[in-house]
Design a protein around this ligand. Structure first.
Ligand SMILES: Nc1ncnc2c1ncn2[C@@H]1O[C@H](COP(=O)(O)OP(=O)(O)OP(=O)(O)O)[C@@H](O)[C@H]1O
Length: 628
């Protein structure tokens, strides 16, 4: 709750809206005790008294001499109660119908949704008028009418969300655990749709107040002597020319209430919507923000003839709610032409952020590059303009991600997506030529019946086949560097072996450089020439794969290698690494691995660690396992 209020207070307009609404609600609650005049007391001798002319009637009087301030306060109280009750009624009934229709599907879904469609087929205001006409005029009936016509809005919204949730794996898991439909709805579905209901309610209360005011304005809502804001407006209508203030007072109040509720509702939506949290109230920028005062490393020497990619003291941070998370912390990496570099480390060590930083694909906000440089074939990618970066992305540097199902477009066929990727970077190529190129690439990655498969959708392929398509997509523009972010993690070992063999073959045939991200030293041994081990945003060890595997120098590397089972090594205990990596906004002054290291001494924790180098090997440890 504290967090919620803190985030809400950052939105200036929502805060103002919330404060005004809070003030009005408090005043509405306290109205009976404010010592105001009787709102129904008429005084023909004092009709249409102008505002601020008589102490007894600060806002003036209406056509029957009733005190406008008192009627305004009582009317506001009534309008707020009606708006909130109508909204609650519509939200509860509509959401329940939506959840049941979305969960049950088939016959129930059909019956409920066709009923809802029938409600929606009537013109909105006519339906409300018909309901009031059938039930008779009166505030409660107006409330019911407004609530009923808004039920379809909630039902359709919540049904859509529920249909999405019902297909998720955790609902399957709940079914497997033996839960019945009622339990699944109450414990799994409703908690997940509540934020959507709250957001929808926060934006509809204002609308419902307006609708009830509309019915009262037409004489179908509150009946004399009771008055809500709409009926005040309706009664003042006949004297609009001679006493406009009698209309302005309730009209201005309706405007303020609806405006403030909408501003507040938008603020609540922004805070509650998980996609809009973590500072991302705006769409991420096209390229990661680079801090203007970033630390630029001195004497960058990058051999453009042999180096494909080199990172120099790169720092990428996430700045969230006043905290800076250093996901990538002063790292140096080099990938030579035709070489495969394996980047390995535990989950959360910063591998993916490093990979995304290369082409400035880290989402900004909250990501920001605060230091270092990235050289691609001797050209700085940090300082280059956006057009150059766009040309390089997908053309000279391509990515393969872990889950092709979420990176391939679900509604476009494989062929269409590949042709699009080719034509984005080469507008002169005809569709036919692009299609032939796509087909030859699908053949190159050994997709059987490639011609027929050009026309199918991603979900119709198996995981291994999808990953082959993702590799073919990465190759469409003959890139020089491929960044593969755990492309085999979701695959079984046989398919993993095939994909690694394919990448190796393509690398040799096409002289590709690869930055390969993985958790698995077995994969590194199979594919990579060089390896860099990452921990808490830093490269703690790097060097040729054979040398690192045979003689790991950092205790973390040694323990990562010890976790890999060895075929034929007999039955042995596979040690795990106790403890967890540190949170990267509270990194210690010394070695971040020290709390989990069996060799750590006091000096490891107290002083920054210096890097030891020998030839291609580097280690960031005060007491390495091997002297380099
Ligand atoms: N969009 C984001 N907003 C905030 N923090 C983020 C974001 N993306 C990544 N991080 C943080 O950056 C750190 C590094 O994340 P990263 O995804 O690079 O780890 P990783 O080593 O690739 O892990 P995995 O192997 O699980 O993919 C983590 O602490 C993560 O929580």
């Amino acid at each position: 709750m504290k967090d919620f209020l803190k985030q809400l207070s950052r939105n200036m307009l929502a805060s103002v809206g919330g404060c005004v609404i809070l003030l009005l609600v408090v005043l509405a609650i306290l109205t009976p005790w404010l010592g105001l005049a009787d709102p129904a007391h008429t005084d023909a001798a004092h009709k249409f008294v102008h505002p601020f002319t008589e102490m007894a009637h600060p806002l003036g009087t209406d056509q029957l001499g009733r005190d406008l301030l008192s009627r305004l306060m009582w009317g506001t109280r009534l309008s707020l109660i009606v708006g909130i009750c109508a909204s609650l009624f519509a939200a509860i009934i509509g959401s329940l119908l939506g959840v049941i229709a979305g969960y049950a599907q088939r016959r129930w879904d059909n019956a409920i949704m066709r009923g809802i469609d029938m409600l929606m087929a009537f013109p909105y205001i006519l339906l409300a008028l018909a309901i009031v006409a059938a039930l008779g005029p009166g505030l409660v009936n107006a409330l019911l009418a407004v609530a009923i016509v808004n039920i379809p809005f909630f039902a359709r919204n919540i049904r859509g969300v529920t249909v999405g949730i019902v297909n998720q794996e955790y609902i399957e898991a709940a079914r497997l655990s033996g839960m019945n439909a009622r339990q699944i709805i109450t414990t799994e579905i409703i908690p997940n749709v509540i934020p959507v209901i709250v957001v929808a309610m926060s934006t509809t209360i204002g609308w419902m107040i307006l609708e009830t005011a509309g019915l009262s304005f037409l004489g179908l809502g509150s009946q004399p002597p009771q008055a809500d804001l709409g009926s005040m407006l309706g009664q003042a209508r006949s004297a609009l020319i001679i006493a406009p203030f009698a209309s302005v007072v309730p009209g201005a109040m309706i405007f303020v209430i609806v405006m403030c509720i909408n501003l507040f509702g938008d603020g609540i939506r922004d805070v509650l919507d998980p996609r809009l949290r973590s500072g991302a109230l705006s769409r991420p920028r096209a390229a990661t923000t680079v801090e203007s005062k970033r630390e630029i490393p001195a004497n960058i020497v990058s051999d453009a003839d042999s180096q494909m990619l080199s990172l120099h003291q790169l720092v990428t941070e996430f700045q969230i709610r006043g905290r800076s998370f250093k996901a990538v912390n002063h790292i140096d990496l080099q990938v030579s032409k035709g070489e495969c570099l394996g980047l390995i480390g535990e989950s959360g060590s910063g591998k993916s952020v490093t990979a995304l930083s290369v082409t400035k694909l880290v989402a900004s906000p909250p990501g920001i590059i605060t230091g270092g440089d990235i050289q691609f074939q001797g050209q700085s990618l940090i300082d280059c303009d956006y057009q150059t970066l766009r040309h390089i992305r997908g053309n000279r540097i391509a990515y393969i991600f872990q889950d092709p199902l979420s990176t391939l477009h679900p509604l476009l066929s494989i062929g269409e997506q590949m042709i699009e990727a080719i034509q984005v970077h080469d507008q002169r190529i005809s569709k036919k030529a692009a299609s032939e190129k796509a087909l030859s690439l699908l053949n190159a990655v050994y997709i059987p019946n490639a011609k027929e498969r050009m026309n199918i959708l991603p979900f119709e392929l198996s995981g291994g086949m999808r990953q082959r398509v993702a590799i073919a997509m990465a190759l469409v523009n003959d890139p020089d560097l491929i960044i593969a972010d755990e492309p085999t993690t979701a695959l079984d070992v046989t398919v993993q072996g095939q994909i690694l063999a394919l990448l190796n073959e393509l690398r040799q045939k096409r002289q590709l450089s690869i930055l390969f991200i993985t958790h698995d030293f077995g994969v590194v041994a199979q594919l990579c020439d060089q390896v860099a081990v990452m921990y808490a945003g830093k490269i703690v060890e790097s060097g040729p794969v054979n040398a690192v595997l045979a003689h790991p120098a950092h205790p973390y590397t040694r323990r990562l290698i010890a976790c890999v089972p060895k075929l034929g090594a007999g039955k042995r205990h596979l040690p795990s690494i106790d403890g967890l990596p540190p949170v990267v906004d509270q990194l210690p002054l010394g070695c971040a691995f020290a709390p989990r290291c069996d060799k750590a001494q006091a000096s490891c924790r107290e002083k920054p660690v210096e890097e030891h180098r020998n030839g291609q090997r580097r280690v960031l440890c005060r007491f390495p396992e091997e002297v380099l």
